[in-house]
Every structure is written in C-alpha cells, then in structure tokens.
Design a protein around this ligand. Structure first.
Ligand SMILES: N[C@@H](CCC(=O)N[C@@H](CS)C(=O)NCC(=O)O)C(=O)O
Length: 338
C-alpha cells in the first residue's frame, strides 16, 4: 500500500516535471500564443493599462519573442507575478518564460532548476528616501524602517549591507510595488529599497515624485534577465537569441524603421544571416528564417526598446550606463550571429 502510494506520487511528479520541461516551443506553437510571466505592474518595465494592454521594457522582449515565433507581436498573454509567485509560475508551466526584472543568482540558477538565458538589464540595489528625512547616504539609515518586497534578492542584500555597516533596521515587508509605494508614501517606512531601476520606475508614478531622492549607494549586483526552466535548452536558445538579435541590431544600426530596407540591400554577411536573407539560422532552432527580422520590426533594436520605455526623456529617465553596448563603454555584448 505504502509502496504504491509512493510510486503514484513519484509518477505524478514526473508527469508534471515532464509537461513543464520539454518542448516549450512546440507547446507555444500548438497553443498559438506565448505566455509570459510579467510584473503585477512596474511602469516602464511591465504594466497593463486600463484596457489590459501591456507595455514596457520587459514586455517588449515578450513581444519580440511572439514576433519571432508567430510573426505577430500580439500573440502573447501576460500573467502578473509577484516576487514570491514568479518562480513557481515558471516551474509549474503556468508561464513559458519569466521576463520580470529577475536577478540571476547561484541559488535560483541551481536549486530552483532554472536557467537565466541573458541579461537584458544590468542593475544594482539602491535606496529611496523622502528628501525631508535629511539623509544623504544609506549608511545614515541606522534604526530606519525599510520597505522591502518579499521573495526578492533585495531582502538578503539589505540584511548584508546593514550587518556589514554595523547598523540596524526594521523591515516592513510588502508583496508588490504598489503596496511598497502605498506604505512608503503613508510614512510606514523611512526608506524603500529595491533595484535602482525599480526605484526610478516607482518614483515616476508617485505624486510629488520630486519630494523623494535616490541615495548614491548601490549595494549589490542585480543582473536582470529572462528565465526558463532547466532541461529545455532549445527553448532557452530561442529566448537567448531573440534577445541577442535585438542587441546585434543595435550594434549594426538596424532599426524598426529601416529593417525591411536593410534586409533588401545589406551587404553585411552577419546582418544578412540575422535577417534571414541568407542561411537558415531561424530554422536551426525551430523558428521561421525571418524570425529575428520580425522581432526587430515589431519592437525595434535593444537601444530603441530601452529609449522608448525607460530611457532619458521618458518618465523613468534612466541613462544607458552599464546597459550601453560594449562598443560604447557598456556591458551589453551579444555573441556573434554565425
Ligand atoms: N531583482 C530583484 C527584485 C525584483 C522585484 O520583484 N522587484 C520589485 C520592485 S522593483 C518589482 O518588480 N515589483 C513590481 C511588482 O510587484 O509588480 C529580484 O529578482 O529579486
């Protein structure tokens, strides 16, 4: 009796793991749409409007994937996830890919059986305080109450930082960005800490955003990127190379506006392969040959995606910084398309 119950449980686990692991690209194609794990709402990165239309920097990578797979950037459904729910949503197969400012760490990569396939935003953790708190450095936050989201890298970094600086804090835990904002604005915490990009995004939606400052300390490395399940390498390749295609497009000056013309006239062999004019790179990973051309036509190159969603002049107003191309002094560097 005991034995069969055990085997039953084992078999069920195997079936779930199997369903969630192999052949994601085939599943997506059969379903006719991609399911992308997103934020509950982070302006500039991933948020739905009143009509349920999603926009943002991470959202555009989902749309680029839908365009690469289906030739249609609208064939994607977005599932909101919190810091706590996001990895379970991916592991269980509820979402095909998680693109939601998630930091690549050892334990997520290994213990959670996930693969981080690219870094679409190099970030680091910062602090935001009210100007009138009169604090100009995070090291002056001894005894402060700090709003922090559960299920994030932020929690551990915060503990490390205060411990290393021999200062103390009171955590005020929140489930998502809107709750963090509510608590912070209501004065339940002296400081709000998360990825610096998240702080900028959050401040952009606050009434009187200019009443708040982001402190100079960046206390961690937060390489953020798309995540897939272990064991489905072809699907990982699809996500990685769709992202790389957007980077290479920027490097080569291929834009949303000129991609069709470049495809028709370019003499650059790498660009010709990228846009499916020569070779069969798309087909090698189960995509149409024009997959990456379609992705670029849908959302633009990496620089365009950055500029339109979060770049200087938008409400989020982030500089390229570490996310400039390697040719411009940044870290964004795609492996060659050959
Ligand atoms: N990069 C960190 C933090 C990610 C995170 O959840 N950030 C919050 C604050 S910016 C967020 O995205 N909130 C948006 C939401 O709850 O929808 C991690 O991977 O743990």
């Amino acid at each position: 009796m005991k034995k069969s119950a055990f085997l039953g449980a084992l078999a069920a686990t195997t079936v779930i793991a199997g369903a969630a692991m192999a052949g994601t690209l085939d599943d997506v194609k059969a379903r006719g749409e991609l399911i992308c794990g997103s934020n509950t709402g982070l302006t500039g990165f991933g948020t739905p409007d009143a009509n349920g239309n999603w926009t943002g920097f991470d959202v555009d990578l989902c749309r680029a994937l839908a365009a690469a797979i289906f030739g249609d950037p609208t064939k994607v459904k977005f599932i909101p996830t919190t810091g706590e729910t996001r990895f379970t949503a991916l592991q269980s197969g509820e979402v095909d890919v998680l693109i939601r400012n998630s930091t690549w760490t050892f334990s997520r990569d290994t213990e959670l059986a996930l693969d981080f396939v690219a870094v679409n935003y190099y970030d680091g953790q910062g602090f935001m305080v009210k100007k009138d708190l009169g604090v100009s450095s995070a090291k002056e936050l001894d005894g402060a109450t700090v709003c922090i989201q559960t299920g994030t890298t932020t929690e551990l970094n915060l503990a490390d930082f205060f411990k290393q600086n021999n200062i103390s804090y009171q955590p005020v835990t929140v489930a998502d960005d809107s709750e963090a904002q509510r608590q912070f604005l209501a004065g339940a915490c002296d400081a709000y800490t998360t990825d610096a990009s998240g702080l900028a995004a959050s401040r952009a939606t606050m009434p009187d955003g200019d009443q708040y400052i982001i402190l100079p300390e960046i206390i961690s490395k937060e390489p953020l990127g798309p995540v897939v399940r272990h064991g489905d390498n072809n699907w990982g390749d699809v996500v990685r190379w769709t992202f790389n295609a957007l980077l290479i497009a920027e490097e080569k000056g291929v834009t949303k506006a000129n991609v069709a013309e470049v495809a028709a006239s370019s003499q650059d062999e790498e660009v010709k392969r990228l846009l499916g004019v020569s070779g069969d790179m798309g087909a090698k990973i189960g995509l149409p040959n024009e997959a990456f051309k379609n992705a670029i036509a849908a959302v633009g190159n990496y620089g365009e995606v950055f500029a339109s969603n979060i770049g200087e002049g938008t409400a989020i107003n982030l500089a390229r910084g570490l996310n400039a191309l390697w040719t411009q002094g940044g870290l964004q560097y795609a492996a060659p398309f050959r």
